[in-house]
Design a protein around this ligand. Structure first.
Ligand code: ADP
Ligand code: MG
Length: 678
C-alpha cells in the first residue's frame, strides 16, 4: 500500500499538471473589483464581523476595508473556529473567488493571511489550480490537497531526482529549460514567462520521445525485417506499362511508384501508407506493383473493406489486364463454394498470381504459396490485428501498402502512423474539372431536381444520398424509402431508371443494383452511405446529399469524391433543412469553399480534435498530456525532425550526448524498443 502510494505520489503527482494558475502577485483595490475578475486578492483592515441568518443560511461575515472601499468575507462552515481567529483592526490579505451579493463584492471562504506590519503586500507566486481526477478522489484528494502534496514533493526533490533526458545539443538548440526546472516551473512558476517556457519544454519532450520511438521502430523494421526482393522490372510490368496503360501517369503517381519500387527492392519489408485524395489514381499504382511482384515470382492480394468495392476493383483490374497472361480472381464472403475451393487451391499451389477480395482473404483457410505484396484499400476499416494476420501468410512478411483516401492531416498521419513509411499523392489526373459544390435548402428541392434532370438529359448520371442515423436502422430505412418515392415522383419510368442500394439488401441484390448503375442502365443511384468509398462511375456528374448537416466533413468529402471522376463538369449539392447548427453550417461552408481533401482534413481536425478523426481513435500515440498536435504543430515538426536525425546518426543511442536519453527510454519499462535492448 505504501509502495503503491509512493509510486502514485511521485509520478502521478508530478504529471498531474495544474490546469491554470491564479495570479497572487496582484492586489486589487476594492473599488476596482468587477464581475470580470474571477479570483481576487485584496488587502485591508479587518473592521468588524458578525454572525447572521438562521439554520443553513447561518453565516459569518467579516468586513475588510482598504482605502477605496469595503468587501465582505463570508463563511458558511466552521464559523465558531474562524470567529476565534479573526483579529479586528489588523491588516489581512484575502484571496478567493470573487462574487457579488446584492451588488456588493464578496469572497466566500477566502484564504486569509494576517499581515505583519513589515510584510505587507502580495506574495510573489502564481498558485497552481489542480483538477481533481476520479483516481485521486478515491484517495480523498481534492485540488487544493493535491497542490499541498505537490508542493511538499518539491521540497524533497532535487535536480538529480529528475535527471535531464534530452541530449545537450537539443536543449541548447531549442533553448529548453532543464527537465527539473521545467517540472518545477510548470507547477510553481516564478513568472508567467517561465511557465510558458516550462510548458514548451515539456511539450517538446512529449513529442520528441514519441517521435523518437516511432523513428526507432521504423529503423528497426528497415534493419531487421527481411522482405521479399522485387529485384527486376520484368516483362509483365513493362508490357503493361508500355502497351496497356490507358493514360500517362501523373507526376505524383510516378513518384510514389518509385518510392515503392525502392522499398520493394531493398530486401527489407515495406510498410507504407499511401494517402491520395479521392480520384488521385491509387488503384493503378497498386496494380503496377502487383505486376512487379508477379514478375519476381510473388503473389499479390488486394483487400477492400466492402464487397462492392472488392467487386469493383476486380472488374477494373480484370479489364486492364484482359490482354495479359496474369491469373486473377475475386474472393469474397459470397463466392460460391465450388469456386472458392478452386481459388484456395490455386492460391496454395501458386497458380493464381493476383487475388482481390474482402476480409474473407484473411481467414485461416486462405493460404498462399508465395505471398509477396499486400494492398489494403481504405485501411481505416481494417484493424491492426487483421493486418498482422496477413503477414503470417508468408514466411517472409509481404510488403504492405495501405491506401487511404480519407485524408488524414499530415500532422496526424505522422503521429498516428509514424511507424509507417508515408507516401502522398497530391495531384489529380489532368483534365479533371473542379467540382462545384453548393448548399440548398430543402424548400428548393424542386429546382434541384430540375437541375438533376437537365444533367441526366445530357446523358449523365446522378447520386442521391441519404444519411445513416446510426441510432435507428428502422428510421433510416423509412427515411430512405420515402426519399426514394420522392425521387421516383420526379423521375418516372420508363424515361428514367433508378437504382437503390442500402444496407438491408442481400449483397447480391446490392451488387446487381450497383452494377446496373455502373453500366449506365440506370441514371440515378439512390443510396445510403454504402457507396461512400471507392466506387467509380466517371459518367456520374451530380451528387445530391440529403440532410447533409448530418454528415461529418470527411464523409462529405468522400461522398463528393464519387463525382468529378470523368472529364465532364460535376456538381455536389448539399441539401439541408432551414434550421442547422452553427457547426453544421461551418462544415457546409468549408465544403463549398474547397475541394482539397487535405485542407478539409485539417479543418476537420481543428473542429473535432484528434481523438475523433476516423482511423486514429485507437491510436495511443495521440495521448499527450500537454501537447496538442494541432495547436503545437511547430513544436511537433521540430521534435519530429530532430528525433529522426538523431536516430539516423545514432540509432542505438551510443554517443555520450545521447546516453541520458537512452537511460531514460530504458527506464520506461516495456514501452519502447530500447527496453528490449540489453
Ligand atoms: P482513387 O485514388 O480514388 O482510388 P482511382 O484509382 O479509382 O482513384 O482512379 C480514379 C479514376 O482516375 C479512374 O477512373 C482511373 O482510371 C483514372 N486515372 C487514374 N490515374 C490516371 C491518370 N494518370 N490519368 C488519367 N486518369 C487516371
Ligand atoms: Mg480507390
Amino acid at each position: 500500500m505504501k509502495k503503491e502510494l509512493a509510486i502514485f505520489t511521485f509520478s502521478d503527482l508530478l504529471h498531474h499538471y495544474p490546469y491554470r494558475h491564479v495570479d497572487k502577485t496582484k492586489i486589487t483595490k476594492i473599488i476596482d473589483l468587477n464581475a470580470s475578475i474571477e479570483y481576487a486578492q485584496v488587502q485591508g483592515r479587518l473592521m468588524h464581523h458578525e454572525t447572521v441568518g438562521q439554520g443553513s443560511a447561518k453565516r459569518l461575515i467579516a468586513y475588510l476595508k482598504d482605502d477605496t472601499g469595503v468587501i465582505e468575507l463570508a463563511w458558511f462552515k466552521g464559523l465558531s473556529w474562524i470567529e476565534k481567529t479573526l483579529k479586528e483592526n489588523e491588516f489581512y490579505l484575502a484571496f478567493g473567488r470573487l462574487s457579488f451579493f446584492m451588488n456588493k463584492p464578496q469572497i466566500v471562504h477566502p484564504e486569509l493571511e494576517l499581515l505583519k506590519p513589515q510584510s505587507k503586500g502580495a506574495k510573489n507566486v502564481l498558485e497552481p489550480v489542480y483538477p481533481a481526477t476520479e483516481k485521486l478522489k478515491t484517495k480523498a484528494l481534492n485540488g487544493r490537497q493535491i497542490g499541498k502534496l505537490t508542493e511538499a514533493l518539491f521540497t524533497l526533490l532535487s535536480p538529480k531526482d529528475l535527471p535531464e533526458n534530452l541530449p545537450g545539443p537539443i536543449i541548447q538548440k531549442f533553448k529548453l529549460l532543464s527537465r527539473f526546472e521545467a517540472y518545477k516551473q510548470i507547477h510553481f512558476p516564478s513568472s508567467p514567462a517561465l511557465y510558458e517556457q516550462a510548458l514548451r519544454r515539456l511539450k517538446f519532450e512529449e513529442f520528441f520521445i514519441t517521435q523518437l520511438r516511432l523513428a526507432r521502430i521504423r529503423f528497426e523494421r528497415h534493419q531487421k525485417s527481411k522482405g521479399a526482393v522485387f529485384e527486376k522490372v520484368g516483362e509483365l510490368f513493362n508490357t503493361f506499362y508500355h502497351n496497356h496503360l490507358p493514360f500517362e501517369l501523373t507526376g505524383a503517381q510516378k513518384r510514389v511508384l518509385k518510392e515503392i519500387r525502392n522499398d520493394t527492392a531493398s530486401g527489407h519489408q515495406m510498410n507504407r501508407l499511401l494517402q491520395g485524395d479521392v480520384g488521385s489514381g491509387k488503384t493503378i499504382v497498386a496494380l503496377l506493383i502487383m505486376l512487379l511482384a508477379v514478375d519476381n515470382g510473388y503473389q499479390s492480394c488486394l483487400m477492400a473493406p466492402t464487397e462492392i468495392l472488392a467487386q469493383q476493383h476486380f472488374s477494373t483490374i480484370s479489364e486492364l489486364l484482359k490482354d495479359m497472361p496474369v491469373g486473377i480472381h475475386l474472393l469474397t464472403g459470397s463466392t460460391p463454394t465450388a469456386e472458392r475451393k478452386y481459388i484456395l487451391q490455386s492460391l496454395a499451389e501458386g497458380n493464381l498470381s493476383i487475388i482481390v477480395g474482402t476480409h474473407a482473404l484473411i481467414e485461416e483457410v486462405v493460404q498462399f504459396k508465395n505471398l509477396g505484396f499486400v494492398v489494403i484499400d481504405e485501411q481505416h476499416r481494417f484493424g491492426v490485428a487483421q493486418r498482422a494476420s496477413l503477414w503470417k501468410k508468408a514466411t517472409i512478411p509481404p510488403h504492405i501498402l495501405v491506401m487511404t483516401a480519407t485524408p488524414i492531416p499530415r500532422t496526424l498521419a505522422m503521429t498516428a502512423y509514424g511507424d509507417l513509411d508515408y507516401s502522398i499523392m497530391d495531384e489529380l489526373p489532368p483534365g479533371r474539372q473542379p467540382i462545384t459544390t453548393v448548399h440548398r435548402y430543402d424548400s428548393r428541392r424542386g429546382q434541384v431536381m430540375d437541375f438533376v434532370r437537365s444533367e441526366i438529359d445530357k446523358g449523365r448520371q446522378a447520386y442521391i444520398i441519404f444519411p445513416l442515423i446510426e441510432e435507428s436502422a428502422k428510421l433510416d430505412f423509412e427515411n430512405l424509402m420515402s426519399g426514394y418515392e420522392n425521387v421516383k415522383a420526379f423521375f418516372a419510368e420508363p424515361k428514367y431508371w433508378i437504382s437503390m442500394v442500402h444496407g438491408r439488401q442481400p449483397s447480391e441484390q446490392k451488387d446487381i443494383n450497383m452494377q446496373r448503375f455502373v453500366k449506365g442502365d440506370t441514371q440515378i443511384m439512390v443510396s445510403t452511405t454504402v457507396i461512400e468509398v471507392g466506387v467509380n462511375v466517371p459518367n456520374a456528374t451530380v451528387m445530391v446529399i440529403e440532410s447533409s448537416e448530418k454528415f461529418g466533413l470527411s464523409q462529405l468529402h468522400q461522398l463528393r469524391g464519387r463525382v468529378g471522376r470523368g472529364s465532364d463538369k460535376s456538381y455536389c449539392i448539399l441539401m439541408t433543412g432551414s434550421q442547422i447548427s452553427n457547426e453544421a453550417r461551418e462544415r457546409i461552408k468549408i465544403m463549398t469553399s474547397t475541394n482539397n481533401g487535405f485542407e478539409i482534413a485539417e479543418k476537420d481536425l481543428q473542429m473535432r480534435g484528434p481523438g475523433e478523426i476516423e482511423g486514429t481513435r485507437q491510436s495511443g500515440s495521440l495521448n499527450f498530456k500537454l501537447a496538442d498536435i494541432v495547436k503545437d504543430k511547430p513544436i511537433l515538426d521540430a521534435a519530429k525532425k530532430n528525433a529522426e536525425e538523431l536516430i539516423e546518426n545514432d540509432p542505438n543511442l551510443e554517443s555520450a550526448e545521447n546516453l541520458q536519453l537512452k537511460e531514460y527510454l530504458m527506464s520506461l519499462q516495456g514501452k519502447t524498443p530500447w527496453s528490449r535492448i540489453s
